[in-house]
Design a protein around this ligand. Structure first.
Ligand SMILES: Cc1ncc(COP(=O)(O)O)c(C=O)c1O
Length: 422
């Protein structure tokens, strides 16, 4: 493959009052990297986002000054590590406006959070003949744990269909809610399409039938302010690594009334009050769900990421990313061979697309020659690919540090892709 020339950049980004993208970029060391001799253009943020210096430093600080195991020690380092870990819990509580820090469970990420609810809540409450309602745009991690529960319990998985814009069919949602439905689990924002679901409305409908709702917030939380009390969701799952925090740490928010009634998910140290060979007494929430040594430094890193996001302001980030998405969508009009997959009226900063006669993997490979990182594949949402009858899409996903110039480079790169394969 010969790459003809290097993409040119043309645009100048209009100022967003109080938001300095260049200052933000300077906080992310990796953005100074070169890839294949070109400045890195990182547009794979829906898969995972890059980390600001504040997060990297917070992790180093733990290992250099405060590292020890938590909760069990009487020595100073253990007290310091415990304080830093628990402080992160309070930061998460404030960040999503949970009623209490007891409602914040630390675990590995969204996947583990959904598995926890499926196994613990589902195991205790869902039986043969019951129904679990998900949607046609879910990530595999919000499909497979429920299928596994169905296999164990004899319950049935029901799926709310989507339309060709990638929007949920709300009337069908309402019709599928019934007295057999035991839980609704849906994405707040789709990773494959960018669709932002009208979750408040859907939660109100589900609650009219006394059905709890789990929101998969993996994609939504990096892009918008989330207030779990306003949403009134019963569970909210998200991963640190998409939120500028380390991988290996994530959160399950659950309303205390649910968490208190749910059996533990895993057994081990820290989740118990007392153990005898006859019987064990479980700890209070949230510790009941945090068996074993957690990812201590990464949890502190998550707290640092939330501080950073508070400083920048989620509303600013949302406004900047909306402009990026609008600009990118507009620019795609210059490329008639390009078809956007996911054209919902309410969308987050994700541009999923296909190009005539070019496989998405080839798009990704050619763009990489220009230092541009996009994702190509099924995005762990194979049913979405089946619905749109494509094997895969290419996906450019934006974050607070992306610029209009980078979008220009992406468009120029795509024209080169067409040139190479056309
Ligand atoms: C919508 C959605 N849900 C769940 C996940 C799974 O997140 P994790 O792999 O961090 O557990 C992802 C990750 O891409 C996602 O985009």
């Amino acid at each position: 493959m010969t790459i003809v020339s290097s993409p040119q950049t043309v645009s100048t980004e209009p100022e967003l009052n109080g938001f300095d993208v260049h200052k933000i970029r300077s906080d992310f060391p990796i953005l100074a990297e070169k890839v294949r001799g070109k400045p890195l253009i990182y547009l794979d943020n829906a898969a995972t986002s890059q980390k600001p210096r504040a997060v990297i430093d917070a992790i180093s600080h733990v290992y250099e000054h405060d590292y020890s195991n938590i909760h069990r020690g009487v020595h100073t380092l253990s007290e310091r590590a415990t304080a830093a870990y628990e402080e992160s819990r309070q930061k998460v509580q404030r960040f999503i406006n949970a009623d209490s820090e007891k409602e914040i469970i630390f675990l590995r990420g969204t996947t583990e959070a959904i598995n926890l609810v499926a196994q613990s809540y589902g195991g205790a409450n869902i039986r043969a003949g019951d129904e679990i309602l998900i949607t046609g745009m879910e990530h595999h991690s919000n499909i497979v744990p429920w299928q596994m529960l169905c296999e164990r319990s004899g319950a049935q998985l029901k799926v709310v269909p989507i339309n060709l814009n990638g929007e949920l069919l709300i009337e069908q949602f309402e019709q599928l809610l019934c007295d057999r439905t035991r839980i609704v689990a849906l994405s707040h924002m789709s990773n494959a399409l960018g669709t932002i679901n009208p979750v408040e409305e859907l939660i109100t409908m589900a609650h009219q039938h006394n059905i709890p709702v789990l929101l998969d917030g993996a994609q939504a939380i990096p892009h918008m302010a989330v207030d779990v009390q306003t949403l009134d969701c019963d569970f909210y799952a998200f991963s640190g690594h998409k939120l500028y925090a380390p991988s290996g740490i994530g959160v399950l928010y659950g309303k205390a009334e649910y968490l208190e009634a749910m059996p533990p998910y895993q057994g081990g140290g820290d989740m118990i009050r007392r153990v005898t060979f006859e019987k064990s007494e479980y700890n209070a929430i949230p510790y009941k769900f945090e068996a074993g040594t957690p990812s201590i430094a990464d949890t502190v890193g998550l707290g640092a990421a939330l501080d950073y996001l508070d400083d920048v302001g989620m509303d600013m980030i949302a406004a900047h990313e909306t402009r990026l998405l609008d600009y990118a969508t507009e620019q795609t009009r210059q490329i008639p061979e390009l078809k956007i997959i996911g054209t919902a009226a309410n969308k987050g900063a994700i541009l999923s697309f296909v190009l005539d006669k070019v496989h998405p993997h080839d798009i990704g490979t050619v763009l990489d020659h220009f230092g541009i990182a996009v994702r190509a594949g099924h995005h762990c949402a194979m049913p979405v690919m089946d619905f749109f009858e494509v094997p895969a899409t290419a996906r450019a996903s934006f974050a607070m540090y992306n610029t209009f110039e980078e979008i220009d480079s992406l468009m120029a790169g795509l024209k080169e892709v067409i040139e190479v394969f056309g």
